[in-house]
Write a protein that binds this ligand. Structure first.
Ligand code: SAM
Ligand code: SF4
Length: 330
């Protein structure tokens, strides 16, 4: 699938549920209303949908959410999708998780062919962890990380850079990840969805600043490592660990965008930061044959926009898109 700007679309992110066992302050309001069950694609429908994308050339699938591992019986989907790894059609099956359920599922994920996980963790301070996630249990996430390591999964931590919240910890996080053998990626906070009273201008911390601050303590070497995602990587000479930066605001990465996203109701978003979508649930449910579905996917890719228009400043203190990150899955 080639889009109008010549980008080859090989990466699909699937939000398998909008629900979550945490309520991170930059992601959700505490009193979120979730979608009614009947609107949500069944696991069988998600399998069909992902398979259609694989047949159209997608090489990398990432399950996300909400929290993907709180969806009931989600291992069935991982196991099913594992067949595309075995056939060679798919190069990578992976997930982004808050880590709360990893102690239960890490080894089963490995069994299904998953080799890497992204775990979102913004702080190594248990009190701050509660302040950020509201409902999270720090020890459970630590157990989950250990289980992932024990299972042989390669771990990358994702940390959202939050001004005045975790910005005093970045050196420690770099050091700790180096010791654990985890890669670490910092993410700029993005203006998505109403988060109930929290102010994004207060949260926003440009990663250009984070990077120059880190460079005072660490030797950061340019790296050409790519994972197919939007992060740009450096190597930390002292630890040997990789350090990534996802900078949608300070440096727009859209020119090399190879991804699209599907929500748990089957809405395809061609861009995380734009509202245009395509309803894939309708062709999925209209026919057992995938011809309609594939036509609709192709037509949607043909209108993938050039890029997002995220801005955070005092004059633009409204979400750039109304939906929450948990809908399209980050
Ligand atoms: N629940 C899983 C997790 O937290 O890893 C997967 C879904 S979560 C929406 C995916 C990623 O999006 C997480 O790393 C989270 O920190 C990030 N995220 C959520 N809201 C964000 C926002 N407004 N700006 C930047 N990143 C955000
Ligand atoms: Fe849940 Fe992930 Fe959003 Fe936090 S970032 S509330 S863990 S979906």
């Amino acid at each position: 699938m080639i889009d109008p700007f010549g980008r080859s679309i090989e990466y699909l992110r699937v939000s398998v549920t909008d629900r979550c066992d945490f309520r991170c302050v930059y992601c959700m309001a505490e009193d979120m209303t979730f979608l009614p069950k009947k609107e949500i694609l069944s696991l069988e429908e998600l399998d069909r949908l992902c398979t259609a994308f694989v047949n159209l050339g997608v090489k990398k699938l990432r399950m996300t959410g909400g929290e993907p591992l709180v969806r009931r019986n989600i291992m069935w989907l991982f196991r099913r999708l594992g067949r595309h790894l075995e056939s060679g059609a798919l190069e990578e099956l992976t997930l982004t998780t808050n880590g709360s359920q990893l102690s239960r599922f890490a080894s089963e994920l490995y069994d299904c062919g998953v080799r890497r996980v992204n775990v979102s963790l913004d702080t190594l301070n248990p009190d701050k962890f509660v302040a950020i996630t509201r409902w999270g249990k720090y020890d459970k996430v630590m157990e989950g990380l250990q289980a992932a390591k024990d299972a042989g999964l390669k771990v990358k931590l994702n940390a959202v850079a939050l001004k005045g919240v975790n910005d005093d910890e970045f050196d420690h996080m770099v050091e700790w990840c180096g010791e654990q053998g985890f890669d670490l990626t910092f993410i700029e906070v993005m203006p998505m969805g109403d988060i109930g009273g929290e102010d994004r201008v207060d949260q926003y911390l440009p990663l250009s600043l984070v990077r120059s601050k880190l460079a005072e303590k660490w030797t950061l070497e340019e790296s050409d490592h790519r994972t197919g995602g939007p992060a740009r990587y450096m190597t930390v000479k002292e630890t040997g660990g990789r350090l990534g930066f996802i900078t949608p605001l300070t440096h727009n990465f859209c020119e090399s965008c190879n991804r699209v996203r599907v929500t748990c109701t089957g809405m395809l978003y061609m861009c995380l930061g734009q509202d245009d979508d395509a309803d894939l649930r309708e062709p999925l449910r209209a026919s057992d044959d995938d011809a309609l579905l594939e036509d609709k996917i192709r037509a949607a890719i043909a209108r993938k926009p050039k890029g997002h228009d995220f801005v955070i400043d005092r004059r633009h203190n409204q979400p750039a898109v109304a939906r929450h990150m948990s809908v399209t899955g980050g």
